[in-house]
Write a protein that binds this ligand. Structure first.
Ligand SMILES: Nc1nc2c(ncn2[C@@H]2O[C@H](COP(=O)(O)OP(=O)(O)OP(=O)(O)O)[C@@H](O)[C@H]2O)c(=O)[nH]1
Ligand SMILES: [Zn+2]
Length: 373
């Protein structure tokens, strides 16, 4: 099959999310994809593209090849300031594209920073969508990109690449929230709340499920107690002392049990939406002296990449649009209200520092504006 035919979203009336899911799978394997736009690009993540992928880009593209980075990462690689609000910064790459290892190091500040001098050039128009694909794939937001060669669609078999519309990548977060469906509901008595039920929500995104943990019958209350909790493998499951997530999760459930009702939304948005592996990389940067916010930025991510429209959609499906929110985070309140949820009260959810997470909590107060201590 040739490139033009694989552009899902327009063929057979398939939802526009389908091309994005396929592109995510290709990106994670390091296979280049065509970014369909007025000036189409062939792109692949710096983190996963190997020698073979780079060779394919060389064959299928012409014109200036670049490495696209988020401004916060580009500034470190270039060793000078860049426009912080630019959608992406482009660094010139010489052809043939041969050095996959250097590209990986340029993407990843946790690796040894043996880097050549890079030169900044104008970013292509579709650069933001290219970086969006890296982020959706939970890879480092660093993409190799080059203009698609004229006549690319008539290349021999074996060179057929998936094509994904740039606009579909940018529209994806909103499409995702709209795709949520309730798929299972069952009683699961918990240590801290015997009268608990789990309701699973599935979005059209590769099987990551979001859970609602209901204690009692919160929807029957005029403004039930709700905790919107982002998944934390290290804190929730392993009891990591680096954060406060474990005590916040168990504490929320215990409090709801004491009140007789409440709901915890357990969102598959690990590491404030950057994914577990990137959170572990952010921890490495924190061990080198950065705080939690600057560590995210050093990797090319924003401080908080969560999509709270998913939480709002779940609350609506559960019949809870007027809530008391257990949180210390003013952004969470604002984000939910922006999605149409009425937060009638913010209920503090503070736990004492444990000797390891003290600086993390202090940063949340000082730099994220959390109501703490
Ligand atoms: N990127 C990153 N994520 C972290 C770090 N520490 C914890 N997290 C993640 O932060 C998320 C926890 O956020 P929440 O519990 O919703 O907390 P919050 O936004 O700080 O607000 P509260 O409602 O007050 O707790 C989880 O997904 C954790 O994995 C870190 O150092 N870096
Ligand atoms: Zn945590």
């Amino acid at each position: 099959m040739k490139i033009a035919l694989t552009s899902a979203g327009t063929t057979l009336g398939t939802p526009r999310t389908r091309a994005v899911h396929r592109a995510i799978a290709e990106a994670r394997r390091g296979v280049p994809v065509v970014l369909a736009a007025r000036r189409p690009l062939i792109i692949a993540p710096a983190e996963t593209v190997g020698a073979e992928g780079l060779r394919l880009i060389d064959v299928l593209s012409s014109g200036q090849a670049v490495l696209l980075l988020a401004p916060s990462r580009a500034a470190a690689v270039l060793r000078h300031e860049v426009e912080a609000n630019a959608p992406a910064i482009a660094l010139k790459l010489a052809r043939p594209l041969i050095d996959a290892e250097t590209l990986k190091r340029a993407a990843d500040p946790t690796m040894e920073q043996i880097l050549p001098e890079f030169e900044m050039v104008d970013a292509p128009a579709a650069a933001e969508a290219a970086l969006a694909l890296g982020k959706l794939a939970r890879l480092l937001p660093a993409m190799v990109a080059a203009p698609v060669r004229h006549g690319w669609a008539s290349l021999p078999a074996g060179h057929d690449l998936l094509s994904v519309p740039a606009e579909d990548l940018l529209a994806y977060p909103a499409e995702l929230a709209a795709s949520l469906t309730k798929v299972a509901e069952v009683a699961v008595p918990l240590d801290d709340a015997k009268d608990a039920r789990l309701i699973a929500f599935r979005a059209l995104d590769q099987g990551i499920e979001h859970m609602a943990i209901l204690v009692g019958d919160p929807a029957a209350q005029t403004a039930p107690l709700v905790r919107v909790h982002s998944e934390c493998f290290t804190g929730d499951l392993l009891g990591s002392l680096r954060c406060d997530c474990g005590p916040q999760l168990r504490g929320a459930i215990a409090r709801m049990a004491a009140e007789g009702a409440g709901a915890v939304l357990y969102l598959a948005q690990e590491g404030r939406g950057i994914g577990l592996i990137n959170k572990l990389r952010a921890y490495t940067m924190q061990d080198r002296g950065l705080d939690t916010l600057d560590a995210n930025r050093a990797l090319g991510w924003q401080a908080d990449e969560r999509n709270f429209s998913i939480a709002a959609a779940m609350l609506r499906a559960l019949g809870m649009t007027r809530i008391r929110l257990l949180t210390n985070n003013p952004e969470k309140v604002a984000s939910l209200e922006a999605c149409g949820i009425e937060v009638v009260e913010r209920v503090p959810h503070e736990f004492a520092p444990n000797g390891v997470n003290d600086a993390y909590l202090a940063t949340k107060a000082a730099r994220f504006g959390h109501y703490l201590g």
